[in-house]
Design a protein around this ligand. Structure first.
Ligand code: ATP
Ligand code: MG
Length: 505
């Protein structure tokens, strides 16, 4: 094995020396199973995120060396790692699913992150665990590339998320709809504890374990709540608030998670588990991104209320600790207001409005209605909105409006809405040259469209990983114009119309 320097500054150390520390491993044994990852034959480096690596003081270029590839495939375990799989349960598609757990994810431990706060490293696809049920403990290259790219894209959009550090691959075949090759994606987060981690102990009627877990989460991730009169109520309120805000941010960029089961809801309010996700293209408020979700439980329009439902599931689980139902209810009531406020803030920014008027909601609703009726591309519409002019001569406006207006089939519906919007901007004396750049900082030009991921995946299946790096570089600067990369902002090509994503991963 070739030892490699891993830090951009300081002394070179090997993967074996990674200063890992695993606070979750110190919880009682019924919270996890300590076990080794299962090696994969002849692993190879696929891609690494420089930005994610920098968070834990690693140099992404060093991660391609043999010793790091071995560690991040699970073929070698650093001396200070305490690998484990965590147990959790959860509601899947609204139904209690009983015990689940890390069926293919193995936590190695945490590295010091910004300010010294620990950031855990978890290998997804690293082999069987006692919680694998019918699964094979593996992840395929296809889904690992999607998870890697989208984690980093969502982070660049400023939305709370788990991160992706590195992907390694192996030609060992795994069966999905067809035989695919395996991969391991190393994810990073302060914690991977889920709503379902709490539900697990509630449904097993183990209030002591419930308390141990809640105290662990508060001590490590919400220390400011420790001395509150009812810290468990405050924990529920804070998680509810973070969840509501995160989902408001998803809605504002047209992100659809696809599997908002309670075992995929992070106790830190992070976007967790990138499976059959999608970014809205032709706008349909009821769009369902996950082919497996036939009822549309997790459609775009349903995400906000499902987020609230999931917080109720967490509230139910925490009730033995909180005490009074009224207190839990108070904490859950935070949701509506937090979601509405965040949405309002984001929509004002997306439309370049710096004041608030009573009828703004009517303007926003009318906008979503014409977007829906005309199936306009979500990202292109909002990006184009910054080019709608206010202070140009009236006679020039039709020509200036044309690129945006042409996105609509019913041009007169656009004209009517644009007139209201323009009048609204004029009432606050909006200046084009100031408003447009501010709007460009919140309306991304580049999002991870399914077809873009598919192009990178198709090349990767032939061992050409260059498009993963190229695409990541574009998605890391989603708000920048990047004229040289304009092709990455284009509408999906015809071949992409048959693309379907499902729970198969
Ligand atoms: N191939 C597999 N082998 C073993 N277990 C699996 C496999 N795929 C999914 N599971 C398990 O099934 C449950 C639900 O799967 P889900 O797709 O939500 O999670 P995941 O994508 O594996 O992981 P995570 O939520 O950690 O991102 C989890 O307990 C997960 O570990
Ligand atoms: Mg999951």
């Amino acid at each position: 094995m070739t030892p490699s320097p891993h830090q951009s500054t300081g002394t070179a150390i090997t993967a074996d020396d990674l200063p890992l520390d695993n606070s979750f491993a110190a919880l009682p044994p019924d919270f996890h199973t300590r076990l080794m990852p299962t090696p994969l034959p002849a692993p190879y480096f696929v891609a690494a995120s420089a930005k994610a690596a920098a968070l834990v003081g690693l140099d992404a270029r060093a991660l391609a060396a043999d010793d790091f590839v071995a560690v991040f495939t699970g073929n070698a375990v650093p001396a200070r790692a305490q690998p484990l799989a965590a147990v959790y349960s959860g509601h899947q598609f609204g139904v209690w699913a009983g015990q689940l757990g890390d069926g293919r994810a193995i936590l190695l431990g945490a590295l010091p992150g910004p300010g010294g706060a620990p950031i855990e490293l978890q290998l997804k696809g690293a082999g069987l665990t006692p919680y694998s049920r019918m699964g094979d403990g593996r992840a395929v290259l296809r889904s690992s590339i999607r998870e890697y790219l989208c984690s980093e894209a969502i982070a660049a959009l400023g939305i709370p998320t788990t991160r992706a550090l590195v992907i390694t691959g192996s030609d060992k075949g795994v069966m999905r709809e067809t035989v695919e090759t395996s991969a391991v994606v190393t994810r990073m987060a302060p914690s991977f504890v889920r709503f379902g981690s709490f539900e697990h102990w509630f449904y097993r009627d183990k209030p002591e374990q419930l308390r141990i877990l809640a105290d662990y989460v508060i001590a490590n991730f919400y220390p400011e709540l420790k001395d509150a009169p009812n810290p468990y109520k405050e924990l529920l309120a804070e998680v509810t608030r973070r969840t509501a805000r995160m989902i408001a941010q998803w809605q504002a960029v047209g992100f659809m998670h696809g599997v908002m089961n309670t075992d995929n809801m992070s106790i830190l309010g992070l976007t967790l588990d990138y499976g059959p996700f999608g970014f809205m293209e032709a706008f349909d408020a009821n769009h369902i991104c996950n082919h497996t979700d036939q009822q549309g439980r997790y459609s775009y329009a349903n995400q906000p209320q499902v987020g609230h439902w999931n917080c109720y599931a967490l509230g139910q689980a925490l009730l033995p600790l909180i005490g009074a139902v009224e207190d839990a209810q108070d904490a859950l009531d935070v949701y509506q207001d937090a979601f509405a406020r965040k949405t309002d803030e984001l929509l004002h920014a997306k439309l370049g409005l710096s004041t608030i008027e009573e009828n703004d909601t009517i303007l926003f609703d009318a906008m979503f209605k014409i977007m829906h009726d005309n199936h306009v591309d979500f990202t292109l519409f909002f990006r184009g909105l910054a080019r709608l002019r206010v202070d140009a001569p009236e006679s020039d406006l039709p020509a200036l409006d044309a690129p945006l207006r042409d996105q609509f089939i019913a041009r007169e519906a656009f004209d009517a809405w644009a007139a209201t919007y323009r009048a609204r901007l004029r009432r606050e004396h909006s200046v084009d040259a100031e408003r447009a750049p501010a709007m460009d900082r919140v309306n991304p030009k580049y999002v991870l469209r399914n077809y873009l991921a598919q192009v990178a995946i198709d090349k990767a299946q032939h061992k050409d990983f260059s498009e993963i790096d190229k695409l990541l570089a574009v998605l890391e600067r989603p708000f920048d114009e990047q004229p040289e990369n304009a092709a990455y902002a284009a509408l999906p090509p015809d071949w992409a119309s048959h693309l379907e994503v499902s729970c198969s991963s």
